[in-house]
Structures are given as C-alpha cells and as structure tokens.
Design a protein around this ligand. Structure first.
Ligand code: NAD
Ligand code: ZN
Length: 371
C-alpha cells in the first residue's frame, strides 16, 4: 500500500496489515487512526474472549465500548448469529459512528466482517486474527460470509478491513492440532507462488510437529513466515480483488478439500482436508501431464513433515467425493475445475483461466490408495 504506516507490512493492499509480537497492545491506538469512531463493538467467541479479548476491550473507553460474544465453532457462523449480533448492537445504540473489532479465528473474522459489511450499510472493521489460519488466510482479502444449510459461505459480501492486526504471540494458547491446520495454507502459499518460502515453512514444520508452540524461537520464526504468507496472498488478491482470475490459484487443494469436508460432514479440520486435497490435486496435475513427476511426492512429504494427513481416511467412498466435487459452488457444469501447479512455486494458467477442467476418472484414480 502506498503510504502505509511505516510499522506495517508494505503490501499492495488498500489497508494496512500490522504483523509483530506484542502489537495487540497497540490495537486501541491503531484503531483510533485507521477507523476513528465514537463507539467500538468488539466481537469474539467465548474462548478467545476469555484468553485475549478482554485485554483488547480495555484499550478503548469503557463507556463507548461493548464486547459481544458467541460460542466458538463453525456451527455458529450462521445468519441466526448475524441477526443476534446486529440486534444486540442496535439495542446498545450502535450507529454509523461505530467501528467493529473482530477478535478470533476465521469464524469470527467472517461473521463479524459480515456484520460490519451490512450494519447500517457498512461499518469499518479491524480484523484481529487469533488462529494461524486466520492470520495467513482469512483476515486478508476482504471476503466475509456466513454458512447456510445449502453450503458454507453462501451468504456474504466483499468488505475490506480498515486494518489487520496480527500478533503471533496469541498463537501460544492455540491447541496444537489447530496450529498445524494453519500450516497447510502456508504450504499452499509456497506451492502456488514461492519455492524458497515453501522450504522455510518445512523447516519450521519439523520444529512445530515435535514441539508445538514451545519450539525455540517460535514467535520470531512464525512472525517472519506469517508475513511471507500474507505477502503472497496480498499480491494475488491485489491482482484480482473479486475472484475472476488469478485469485483462483488460492484454491489449490481446495476442490478436493471442500468435497472431503462435505462428505465427512466437516468433522475434520480444514487444514487436514487441504493437506489431503493438495496431495490429490498434485497427483491430478501429474496425471494430465501438467506437473513434473515427483511433485505429488514432494507435497506428500511436506504435509507429512507438518504432521498433516496426505491420504483420505479409510472407508470413505471415492464416488461420494467425486459427486461432492460437482457440488462445489465454484464448479461449472460438467467436469469440476482445478487450480493446478506445474511445480513448487509455479501455477498453471491454462488458456489464461487458472483453473483446469479434469475428467472424473482422472480424479478418481488420483484419489485411489497407493501401495
Ligand atoms: N474469508 C476468507 O477469506 C477465509 C479464508 C479461509 C478460511 N475462512 C473461514 O475461516 C473459518 C475457519 O477459521 P479457523 O480455523 O480460525 O477456526 P475458528 O475460528 O473456529 O477457530 C478455531 C478454534 O480455535 C479457538 N481459538 C481461536 N484463537 C485462539 C487462541 N489464540 N487461543 C486458543 N484458542 C483459540 C476458537 O475458539 C475455536 O474454537 C472457516 O469458517 C472458513 O470458512 C475464511
Ligand atoms: Zn483454505
């Protein structure tokens, strides 16, 4: 961003992204500059509120600040919670002079972002992501949404934040499996854009797999890596703000991941589904002659080093997965489309479209168990 504050990352985005240890103590100051307002509505889930949000609320004047919480979990990212939050804000007296501060994982970022995008036709929102996934993925890009019985993220809006504030220190309270899940998106960023970044994530994954957030230099190393991931996502999003073209490369691994999540009723972590999806889609890329042989082995090795799965759980029906790939909201009629890599750091721009139609039999064989 031209003219971004000097202590924020220098990115091609119309809003500043701050990423450094302890920056959560400056959220009040940053919000006053990025989104001056009379009232502040902090939205969080009850787990994150207890661990981190209270200290953030205390940075704003008590008489004009209110904390709104919902229970944690994807099942809460609903229109019902959107209605409850907007009603509570109206009852409190929030108006157009209110800034929303979203403190939590991707569920809170998406839901509070959607509240901000719709409340009185749009309030500024400051995103304070507290999971690794939300830091490297959900908080940047301006997509907000709630889930519906017909599928995830089907009702939402593009609504850029006024600022994104990432303090990697809050990750030390995150359960290890949720932390690992975020590594899948970082590996994805390496595959789609940057081979040296891919290698750096893997060195870090070795440490995290064995020692979690107690690994030596955890905060310093992950701060550098999160900044790298945010830069990759920001550069893609800046080229294609509304998902018409290049932004599709961020879907690498996700056509299969979304199908697996749907067939398993969202009972596995998103990062686990993305890990399985990246390995399967790398097999597809090799099978259709797009990627060099060995790419799928390299990606399977990478997800293994991060402690993530590379194969479908036993007993899952391949036909169900194939059927679910056609239900993806991004699928066009006929064969499902895939954003596929040629190699680590290099994506395919087939006919300038960034997503390739692949016949079902190729997908099924890529998903079939190997010896
Ligand atoms: N908008 C986007 O571009 C985008 C991109 C990717 C994902 N998403 C969305 O993100 C959501 C998933 O986000 P998520 O993986 O962060 O899940 P989440 O928000 O459900 O958080 C996972 C769990 O971690 C807890 N938690 C959060 N921060 C914590 C901390 N610092 N310490 C301890 N516990 C903490 C939460 O209470 C929750 O129980 C999905 O709904 C997905 O659709 C959106
Ligand atoms: Zn994802």
């Amino acid at each position: 961003m031209v003219g971004a504050p000097p202590d924020s990352l220098q990115l091609p985005l119309p809003y500043p992204v701050f990423c450094r240890a302890s920056v959560r103590r400056a959220i009040g100051d940053i919000a006053r500059l990025a989104a001056p307002s009379h009232r502040v509505a902090v939205i969080s889930d009850t787990v994150v509120a207890r661990l981190h949000a209270d200290a953030i609320v205390a940075q704003f004047p008590a008489e004009s600040t209110r904390l709104f919480t919902i229970p944690p979990g994807e099942q809460e990212k609903t229109r019902a919670r959107w209605a409850e939050l907007t009603d509570a804000m109206l009852a409190w007296g929030a108006g157009r002079d209110t800034t929303v501060v979203a403190v939590g994982g991707g569920v809170i970022g998406d839901l509070a972002g959607f509240v901000a995008s719709t409340f009185m036709r749009g309030l500024p929102v400051i995103q304070v992501p507290t999971t690794l996934l939300a830091m490297v993925d959900a908080s940047v890009g301006g997509k907000t949404a709630v889930d519906t019985p017909f599928g995830k993220n089907l009702v939402g809006a593009f609504h850029n934040p006024a600022a994104v504030i990432i303090d990697p220190e809050v990750l030390v309270t995150l359960p290890d499996d949720v932390l690992r899940s975020g590594l899948a998106e970082m590996i994805k960023h390496g595959v789609i854009a940057d081979a040296p970044y891919f290698d750096a994530v893997l060195s870090f994954a070795d440490l995290v797999r064995d020692q979690g957030a107690s690994a030596p230099d955890f905060v310093a190393t992950i701060t550098t890596l999160i900044s790298g991931s945010v830069r990759i996502k920001a550069e893609v999003v800046a080229e294609d703000t509304r998902e018409g073209g290049l932004r599709q490369i961020l879907n690498f691994g996700h056509t299969i991941a979304h199908a697996v999540e749907r067939v398993l009723n969202f009972e596995l972590l998103h990062g686990d589904a993305v890990a399985i999806g990246m390995v399967a889609e790398a097999h597809i890329a090799e099978a259709i002659g797009l990627a060099r042989t060995g790419l799928s082995v390299a990606i399977a090795d990478a997800v293994g080093r991060a402690g993530l799965p590379s194969r479908l759980p036993a007993g899952i029906s391949l036909d169900d997965i194939i059927a679910a790939t056609h239900g993806d909201k991004k699928a066009r009629t006929g064969a499902a489309r895939y954003a596929l890599p040629r190699g680590i750091g290099e994506m395919e721009a087939a006919e300038g479209k960034w997503a390739v139609a692949v016949p079902d039999d190729v997908v099924k064989s890529a998903l079939s168990p190997r010896g």
